[in-house]
Write a protein that binds this ligand. Structure first.
Ligand SMILES: Nc1ncnc2c1ncn2[C@@H]1O[C@H](COP(=O)(O)OP(=O)(O)OP(=O)(O)O)[C@@H](O)[C@H]1O
Length: 291
């Protein structure tokens, strides 16, 4: 049996900015040559975790290794896309590209080719980045980060602000990188990104609380109860917890409850259906472990 060393290994990572722990005891292995997705609520510390792996922040406790070395020693083996915090607004796109090209020893001339794949009109490289839309900024951040020829890409919410066509183009680009043996660690709130991942790691205030393939995580999510209007489903769902949507209130079918009984009442708009990746997010982040 061959045992592959993870590209990134995090053990007992703790980070505190002086007013309580942001991360308290995170353990994570990022398999080499795979795409791993970090999923978790706003403010849980995904960006902080990525920054500790990139070597930009130092943990208060615990250990991070990247290809067996410290993040500082591995800096030339990785490329980090930090959303909304990379580009200089006062410079044009082209000036930003030149600025970042000088910062990494493994920069290449691929930026424009990647921008074209992402449907970015390259004439816009002559505009100041301060005049870009959110999606244009994301595409430029991505193209700069992915144009660096390294073995590990850390991407903080790469699909935020992208339209779904561009998300699919990015997925195909990242899948090609995986084919080439590169390792990609991505944070995301977009359920569609689950389809790209080999592994999903769920980050909560208790650390990484679930790690598995998207399919295995989804298979363990209970059926979803949907109610429209006044129908009372609190007794039928786990923990009595309801998630508000535009049309429906939703919850997860409580163990031992017969779905037929839940939908049985004539005249009430209640359905039970299989969970989606959006439901999976709610389940692992807010409910897992409760009955
Ligand atoms: N330099 C800092 N000083 C103090 N607190 C900080 C600092 N940087 C981040 N934090 C806090 O750490 C917490 C985690 O932030 P982080 O950006 O990592 O969350 P996140 O999981 O990436 O969230 P989101 O999904 O909203 O992007 C937040 O509460 C944030 O306010």
């Amino acid at each position: 049996m061959t045992v592959t060393t993870p590209a990134v290994s995090v053990r007992g990572l703790r980070k505190d900015f002086g007013n309580g722990d942001v991360l308290a005891g995170v353990d994570l292995d990022v398999p080499d040559g795979e795409i791993t997705l970090l999923m978790g609520p706003n403010g849980v510390g995904k960006t902080i975790l990525l920054s500790c792996i990139a070597g930009g922040l130092h943990p208060d406790d615990g250990e991070v290794t990247v290809f067996g070395a410290s993040p500082g020693a591995a800096a030339e083996s990785l490329s980090f896309m930090l959303q909304d915090a990379m580009l200089v607004d006062e410079l044009t796109g082209r000036e930003n590209v030149a600025f970042f090209r000088d910062l990494h020893p493994h920069s290449t001339d691929e930026v424009e080719a990647i921008l074209e794949t992402l449907d970015f009109e390259t004439e816009a490289l002559e505009m100041e980045v301060g005049d870009y839309s959110g999606g244009m900024k994301r595409k430029l951040e991505l193209a700069i980060s992915l144009s660096v020829d390294v073995s590990l890409y850390l991407l903080d919410e790469p699909t935020a602000a992208l339209d779904m066509t561009t998300v699919e183009q990015l997925h195909s680009l990242l899948a090609d990188r995986r084919e080439a043996g590169e390792t990609i660690l991505v944070s995301s709130h977009l359920p569609a990104d689950a389809e790209l991942a080999d592994t999903i790691a769920v980050v909560t205030d208790d650390g990484v609380t679930a790690v598995d393939s998207p399919e295995a995580l989804l298979a363990a999510v209970p059926p979803v109860v949907l109610a429209e209007g006044p129908a009372d489903i609190a007794d039928a769902v786990r923990d009595g917890r309801l998630f508000e949507g535009e049309i429906h209130r939703r919850g997860f079918l409580r163990e031992g409850v017969d779905p037929e009984r839940v939908t049985g009442d004539e005249g009430t708009a209640v359905q039970v259906r299989e969970p989606t990746y959006t439901d999976m997010f709610n389940y692992y982040v807010h409910l897992r472990g409760t009955r």
